[in-house]
Design a protein around this ligand. Structure first.
Ligand SMILES: Cc1cc2nc3c(=O)[nH]c(=O)nc-3n(C[C@H](O)[C@H](O)[C@H](O)COP(=O)(O)OP(=O)(O)OC[C@H]3O[C@@H](n4cnc5c(N)ncnc54)[C@H](O)[C@@H]3O)c2cc1C
Length: 293
């Protein structure tokens, strides 16, 4: 199928893009890498009257470290994240996760801003933003808004963005001393959307977690920052502690059922990931074996 007829405008600046979005309201759509927008238009799931192409706006590009913050422009492509030495040094979780996003052809065009604005609950990058405690920077005619990633995702394909706003960049705290990460997803094939995945960022002191942010994906209508992770922080890690956290996780999650997996299977896989994360971060195979595998 082909998309419905639409008009096209290439925005020359953020200000120009915002003017176009305000003038056309809900009838306009932003185009970044087009890897989600174009398939949706071709399937006629959406039929915008105007496409506002932001792909040439230089101010939306770039990865920069400023003090203890890493700033990443919305137009940064998946492949740029994958190859960036700054990302590898300061947010290695992202380097590991982005290798699981689709395939090279899609990673060559798809962008960070597009992935976050699209807000697919099975996507890797939204969960990473939640795990990394990112701040999402949004621009509208009234000025700039800064939203914690945890509050940015509001439902399936829904975010705090309005139709008249642009996602400009994200800010990520650079990895602290003693910080570490874990990423794993279960997918039918490498590059497919995950059945269930976990992006986690932790601070480790001795044999304990001093902090642990576990963001599960494909288990709800948005990335889920697991409250159950708190049960693993500042406590000696034993099979009993892990079992308690696992039970709490199972109660907390409300996964959906689809043709790929039942809700029970998704809940089970999330528990497996919780145990694997704990075991891998601390080099404790006994915890994985004792976990709910
Ligand atoms: C076959 C296939 C497999 C894929 N597999 C995966 C996968 O495993 N994991 C995964 O995470 N993704 C996957 N994707 C999606 C891919 O990562 C997309 O690149 C990404 O979701 C959207 O990025 P984009 O730059 O292409 O955005 P676009 O398609 O251009 O835009 C997506 C949406 O975001 C809006 N938007 C874009 N940029 C902005 C902005 N700066 N401000 C406001 N709104 C904006 C658009 O209006 C649109 O609604 C897959 C895509 C395909 C085609």
């Amino acid at each position: 199928m082909k998309a419905s007829a639409f008009s096209y405008a290439r925005a020359t600046s953020v200000v120009n893009a915002l003017e176009l979005l305000v003038a056309h309201g809900d009838k306009a759509k932003v185009l970044s890498g087009g890897q989600s927008l174009m398939p949706a238009m071709n399937l006629r799931l959406i039929s915008p009257e105007l496409i506002v192409d932001i792909g040439e706006i230089a101010e939306l590009r770039g990865i920069a470290v400023r003090g203890d913050v890493l700033s990443v422009g919305a137009l940064t492509r998946h492949v740029d994240l994958l190859r960036s030495p700054e990302i590898a040094a300061h947010t290695p979780l992202l380097t590991e996760a982005v290798a699981h996003v689709a395939h090279p052809a899609i990673r060559n065009r798809g962008t960070l801003g597009g992935s976050l604005a699209h807000a697919d609950p099975a996507s890797e990058l939204p969960a990473c933003m939640v795990a990394l405690n990112a701040t999402i920077i949004i621009s509208g005619q009234a000025g700039e808004r800064r939203i914690a990633a945890e509050d940015f995702f509001t439902g399936i394909y829904e975010t705090a963005l309005s139709a008249q706003e642009l996602l400009i960049s994200v800010e990520l705290p650079v990895a602290q001393k003693n910080s570490t990460h874990f990423f794993h997803e279960f997918a039918r094939r490498h590059g497919d959307y995950a059945l269930v995945g976990l992006a986690a960022q932790a601070i480790v002191e001795g044999e304990e977690f001093a902090d642990l942010r576990m963001a599960f994906f494909a288990v709800g209508d948005r990335p889920v920052l697991a409250k159950a992770a708190k049960k693993l922080v500042n406590v000696a890690l034993t099979p009993a502690v892990l079992s308690e956290a696992s039970t709490a996780l199972g109660e907390e999650l409300d996964p959906h059922e689809d043709h790929q997996a039942s809700a029970a299977m998704r809940r089970h896989l999330a528990k497996v990931l919780l145990a694997r994360c704990t075991s891998a971060v601390h080099g404790r195979p006994d915890l994985d074996a004792g976990g709910p595998v």
